[in-house]
Design a protein around this ligand. Structure first.
Ligand code: PGA
Length: 242
């Protein structure tokens, strides 16, 4: 794993932007695996700024997202489709029909998971962006998800519900279930870019980089990926061996 440690969030976003824009400029038809959460917002702002100022085009780019809450419509302002439109997709020239995310309203969940696996196999990702949870989750793959799992529906842990409640009016509004790519789908991307910021991620980052490879810490599987870049700010990297 290649590790880049930055002094703060701003520098982390800039470094992440350099990696992402390199992929887009090298391949106008790139497939970008994208993520939600607070961490990638700075990166998305830089991509928008570059699109506006330098004209970098996403007209041929396809995007696939990691996960989506079950039960929320794309118009719900807490859905991940809404988040992606607000922070990136509506601000660049990517075509809406080229942006993929699980359908949170799908009634037949097994069919929706199979459909999404099919999308992922038709669109091999040039890069997959990831955050990490304080418990080491990647996307909504909580501890002890078998590594070979593909797109599936998960019951969110109490911890994740609590963490995500900051985006909702109150904790009761947080959906209890979500569709998510599995660890296997994530590992299929050609390149992985994981961003971690803040001291509350330090233990998970240490486990991911230096601990055993175990489903108990889902992000530890990334040690097996041939082209994985971790960009962490100093607090998130603070428990790594120097
Ligand atoms: P965050 O979430 O970017 O909001 O910290 C990351 C995650 O839980 O995967």
């Amino acid at each position: 794993m290649k590790i880049i440690i930055t002094k703060d969030y701003e520098e982390l976003s800039r470094k992440a932007f350099e990696v992402m824009i390199d992929v887009v400029r090298n391949n106008p038809n790139a497939v970008l695996g994208l993520a939600t959460g607070s961490t990638p917002i700075g990166l998305y702002d830089l991509m928008v700024e570059d699109h506006v100022k330098n004209g970098t085009s996403y007209a041929g780019v396809r995007t696939v997202n990691l996960d989506e809450y079950a039960g929320l419509s794309p118009q719900n302002d807490q859905s991940y489709r809404y988040f992606m439109k607000k922070h990136l997709l509506d601000r660049i020239d990517v075509l809406p029909e080229n942006t993929y995310i699980e359908n949170g309203l799908a009634k037949d969940e097994a069919a929706e998971c199979a459909r999404y696996n099919d999308v992922l196999s038709r669109l091999p990702r040039d890069i997959q962006l990831l955050g990490i949870g304080a418990n080491g989750h990647i996307a909504f793959n909580e501890p002890n998800t078998p590594f070979e799992t593909q797109t599936h529906v998960v019951a969110l842990t109490e911890n994740t519900i609590k963490m995500n409640s900051r985006f909702f009016k109150d904790e009761n509004e947080v959906p209890r279930r979500a569709f998510t790519m599995g660890p296997k789908n994530i590992m299929d991307a050609k390149k992985i870019l994981l961003l971690a910021t803040g001291a509350n991620k330090a233990e998970a980052v240490r486990g991911m980089v230096e601990g055993d490879i175990t489903p108990a810490l889902p992000a530890s599987i990334l040690q097996r990926h041939a082209d994985c870049i971790l960009i962490a700010d100093a607090p998130a990297a603070s428990l790594l061996k120097k």
